[in-house]
Design a protein around this ligand. Structure first.
Ligand SMILES: [Ca+2]
Ligand SMILES: [Ca+2]
Ligand SMILES: [Ca+2]
Ligand SMILES: [Ca+2]
Length: 507
């Protein structure tokens, strides 16, 4: 098993595979409870974690990552906390304590009031202020908003923190964000829970600065997604979303039959190959609960103050509807990067309540990007393996609480991997390798082993590409935990460097 798969045995695996021509970078099953610092390490000291790779926020050439813990307690209150851990070229020990980060190896941030659920979501932001250093953001969806007219319960807040070279404190006080080092945004109304979904957009208006997306499905009456444009400077300490005017950002609302726009959404890279980053936003709550995802092509100059999603016609974007009543397409979705190696990015759309292999077995649809030929509506029944595929659960109710994640290229073959986390039945994360050959048009998760992919045992509700946190040139995977008892907070699983293994084998 994987506990014994140290470097020596990896070489044996490689040699075996070289002769059998059946290379698999990972074993079929990864047990992170055996993390020993060699193939993976654990993080301790926080509960119920959300995780994200955030790029290189301290500009030392190593990618960094963040662990959010919405129920974290500090000083007998429960503000929620988030922990940034810096990448380390020396690697990491088997266990890293989030509680002892001292500014040199990472730092902590706490919610500004108790009960704000800071860390319920964490995300990369790209480089939103254009200073060449990556930035990141944290959601606090249950934070109150204090106005002259009173307090708005659970309006929610999002904090954007600008990365910088040099020293960080052990605890970064989010109240010190003044527009020059970062800024905050707050929900427009009580119960909006701004910060439940936050995502880097890439540069969707083509001005050279990375942008942000804040899908907010609880905003009445129909949900909304806010787009925030990056710029070189001049951010206020508190960016009022009501001031988004088409120059600094925009909004898009749900409309008839789209009741809760924004249960998922993210930047998706350049999906249609026109040189501008594209994005998507979805909801499982629409007519007959089919679910819908809107894919919106990036546009030089932006979208005006309000983008009308009903105008998507194939030229400016398109929509994807779930295949069956109650399928809940778009409850979850993520950007993948380039999974099939054609140079265009691809996307994963989850339909947790599709029924192909049993009641609510769940399905994941992968759509490959392409330059032309999009109509106003993409029909998922047209997926044939070359333009994307449908990947079903193994059986009944496996779609319950399923999620889909783009996790980057874990085996350095240049193709991005897909992860599907299932919480019910087979409670594990399935990692599906990218490949340039066509996939089957329809298949199911029971096939994920060997050259197809591998599984990570246990429950990890949050997965993300960590970037390269140990400087070996391979992207790593970070996995959050839903801790019961003393189980670790999160794990990092190192990517496998096939080239390095090859070189080592013939030393
Ligand atoms: Ca770094
Ligand atoms: Ca920056
Ligand atoms: Ca931009
Ligand atoms: Ca594009």
């Amino acid at each position: 098993m994987y506990a014994r798969l140290n470097r020596a045995s990896i070489r044996l695996v490689f040699l075996f595979c070289a002769f059998s021509n059946a290379w698999a970078a990972f074993p079929d099953s990864v047990d992170l409870t055996q993390a020993d610092g060699n193939f993976a390490f654990e993080l301790t000291g926080a509960e119920d974690t959300e995780v994200a790779g955030i790029g290189d926020i301290n500009n030392d050439g190593l990618d960094d990552f963040i662990v959010g813990s919405r129920y974290a307690q500090q000083n007998n209150e429960m503000p929620g906390s988030a922990y940034v851990v810096f990448g380390n070229a020396s690697g990491f020990p088997a266990s890293v304590s989030l509680a002892t980060l001292d500014g040199s190896d990472g730092f902590r941030m706490d919610g500004v009031v108790s009960g704000s659920s800071l860390g319920a979501q964490v995300s990369a932001a790209g480089d939103i202020n254009g200073d060449g250093v990556d930035d990141f953001m944290i959601g606090a969806p249950q934070q109150q908003k204090v106005t002259v007219d009173g307090t708005l319960t659970w309006a929610g807040a999002v904090y954007v923190i600008f990365g910088h070279a040099g020293a960080y404190p052990a605890v970064l006080d989010l109240n010190t964000l003044d527009g020059s080092n970062g800024f905050r945004m707050e929900g427009e109304a009580a119960l909006d829970q701004l910060g439940l979904v936050i995502a880097a957009a890439g540069d969707i208006n083509g001005d050279g600065y990375d942008d942000l997306l804040l899908p907010t499905y609880q905003h009445e009456p129909s949900g909304v997604v806010y787009g925030i444009y990056g710029r070189a400077g001049g951010f206020p300490a508190n960016l009022e979303l009501s001031t988004l005017d088409g120059n600094n950002g925009f909004r898009a609302y749900g409309f008839s039959d789209v009741d809760k726009l924004g249960t998922s959404g993210s930047g998706i890279g350049d999906f249609n190959g026109d040189g501008i980053d594209d994005w998507m936003v979805g909801t499982n709550i629409n007519q007959d609960q089919l679910g819908v995802v809107f894919v919106i092509f990036g546009r030089s100059g932006g979208y005006g103050s309000t983008l009308d999603l009903s105008t998507l016609d194939g030229n400016n974007g398109f929509r994807v509807l779930g295949e069956h009543t109650g399928a809940w397409l778009g409850q979850v979705s993520d950007t993948l990067g380039d999974m099939n190696g054609d140079g265009l990015t691809d996307i994963a759309l989850g339909a947790p309540r599709e029924n192909y292999t049993g009641t609510r077995s769940g399905s994941t649809y992968v759509l490959f990007g392409r330059a032309t030929g999009w109509g106003a509506t993409f029909d998922l029944a047209g997926l044939d393996g070359s333009n994307g595929f449908r990947l079903d659960g193994e059986g009944g109710f496996q779609g319950t609480n399923m999620n889909v994640f783009g996790i980057g290229d874990l085996n350095r073959d240049g193709l991005a991997e897909l992860a599907v986390q299932t919480i019910y039945g087979q409670t594990q994360a399935y990692v599906v390798y990218g490949q340039s050959d066509p996939y089957p048009a329809n298949w199911d998760l029971s096939s994920v082993s060997g050259s197809v992919g591998f599984v990570v045992l246990d429950r990890h509700p949050s997965l993300d590409r960590a970037g390269d946190v140990n400087g070996d040139g391979v992207n790593d995977l970070i996995l959050g935990g839903s801790n019961l008892g003393d189980s670790p907070s999160a794990y990092v699983l190192y990517g496998q460097n096939e080239d390095a293994i090859f070189a080592d084998s013939f030393e």
